[in-house]
Design a protein around this ligand. Structure first.
Ligand code: PLP
Length: 434
């Protein structure tokens, strides 16, 4: 926290805190034991302010959702105009609206080759539910109803719904919610650090072996994040994705890329699939598509899925799919990323952050400092990452402890001096944790 406070804002902060703890169950908290919240009241670029008057640098972009940064008046104006014109109408069946039509057209322009259609959602989990259902339906419709298995990976995070949680490979997130949906089969976490120099060979051999054991004729799809996010900002070992794609294609297994975190400039490309040179059959997006100004997501669907599912009735959808206001905002958000050349900027600031933090690898408590673009992680070998998150916030820098890794993903608009401040504060906190 960088500034302190006047008594009126103290009063407001206390009032809001009391009301919050009385009324709200927050995600990822203990029921019955609410903690005093940080109540944000304003954002601008990479900066945030709370109700007590404290200022923060947003080193994570909230939950990785805001490439264009906070507080863009332009996006507020677009939302207000659209709301005043047509706030919402359903897009089920043959109803549609102009902003979602234009957004779909834009997404298809930006997507890797082979992507031909868009199915809108309101967020990431819904997108993965959609992709898994569509993969199963496609094979069911194509006369291969036994193809229901979904291959997923340890360390993967795909959301909190039925299929999306079942395909999430992080034990602590699954505990207590069973039985989860059946038909998920597991592959190892694609991380070179524990697997060694021949990690890609090991992982591809495992993939081939699992397919042989399960039977390709029973597998509908493989789902994976190009770079593991919640699992610790883990880029895959060199050459992994093209080889995975080759095995999947050879076995007619659909490839679902969960790009809810990695798309819209995080890797310097619109999609990490492009960065890794692959053409998935479905790409699931959310977050950065609207920079989080409104909930929005999209599943981008490729030719192979469309061919398999051709003629199938897709009885699936959520009330707010293709929301005109969210679509208009997403379109304007993408325009800002293009106009301000933010993908190139993201690469520069991401490099500065990674270079600044890399020396931490010399500390015994740090196993690895890694990242691609603006997706950066500091994995601890031992020690307490939660204390780093708390200590950094005390010093006005927001980073996130995700298991044994400190994860960062600042807005692409962040200044060099704010990057340097994150480096300085996080370095101090990691040293203190050791
Ligand atoms: N997939 C990935 C890779 C994510 O990081 C997330 C959220 O962080 C999700 C899916 C779920 O998205 P949502 O929280 O919008 O449902």
């Amino acid at each position: 926290m960088t500034t302190s406070t006047t008594s009126p804002s103290h009063t407001r902060d206390e009032e809001l805190s009391d009301l919050d703890t009385k009324s709200i169950i927050h995600p990822h908290t203990v029921i019955g034991s609410p903690t005093k919240p940080v109540v944000f009241v304003k954002g601008d670029g990479a900066r945030l302010w709370d109700a007590a008057g404290n200022e923060y640098i947003d080193g994570t972009c909230g939950l990785w959702q805001c490439p264009v940064g906070h507080g863009r008046q332009e996006l507020a104006d677009v939302a207000a105009n659209q709301m005043a014109t047509l706030e919402f109408y359903s897009s089920f069946g043959d109803y549609s609206n102009e902003p979602s039509i234009r957004l779909a057209d834009k997404l298809l322009d930006l997507a890797p080759a082979g992507i031909e259609k868009v199915f809108f959602t309101n967020g990431g989990s819904e997108g993965n539910e959609t992709a898994v259902k569509l993969a199963r339906l496609a094979y069911h419709h194509a006369g291969q109803p036994d193809r229901t298995v979904i291959l997923a990976r340890t360390g993967g995070y795909h959301g909190m719904g039925g299929a999306s949680l079942a395909a999430t490979g992080i034990d602590r997130l699954r505990e207590g919610y069973g039985p989860l949906i059946p038909g998920i089969e597991w592959l190892s976490k694609p991380h070179a650090l524990p697997l060694g120099d021949d990690a890609t060979d090991v992982l591809i051999a495992e993939l081939e072996q699992r397919i042989a054991e399960i039977g390709a004729h029973r597998i509908a799809a493989f789902i994976g994040e190009p770079i593991l996010g919640v699992g610790g900002m883990v880029p895959p070992p060199a050459g992994y994705w093209p080889r995975v794609q080759e095995v999947l294609r050879r076995n007619d297994i659909l490839f679902i890329a969960d790009e809810i975190v990695t798309a819209f400039g995080r890797t310097g490309e619109w999609f990490a699939s492009t960065y890794y040179g692959v053409e998935p059959d479905m790409i699931v997006t959310a977050k950065g598509i609207s920079s989080g100004y409104l909930p929005m997501g999209a599943v981008l669907i490729g030719r192979r899925v469309l061919d398999l599912a051709d003629g199938a009735l897709f009885l699936h959808g959520f009330t707010y799919n293709g929301h005109p206001v969210a679509s208009a905002v997403a379109l304007a958000n993408i325009d800002i990323i293009e106009r301000e050349n933010l993908m190139a900027r993201g690469l520069e600031v991401g490099r500065r952050l990674l270079d600044g933090l890399k020396p931490l690898e010399d500390l015994p408590i740090v196993a690895e400092v890694r990242g691609v673009g603006t997706l950066i992680g500091i994995e601890f070998a031992t020690g307490d990452t939660a204390s780093v998150q708390a200590g950094a916030r005390e010093h006005g820098v927001i980073v996130r402890a995700s298991g044994n890794t400190i994860v960062m993903s600042p807005p692409l608009v962040i200044s060099e001096s704010d990057i340097d401040r994150i480096v300085a504060v996080v370095t101090d906190q990691v040293k203190a944790a050791g």
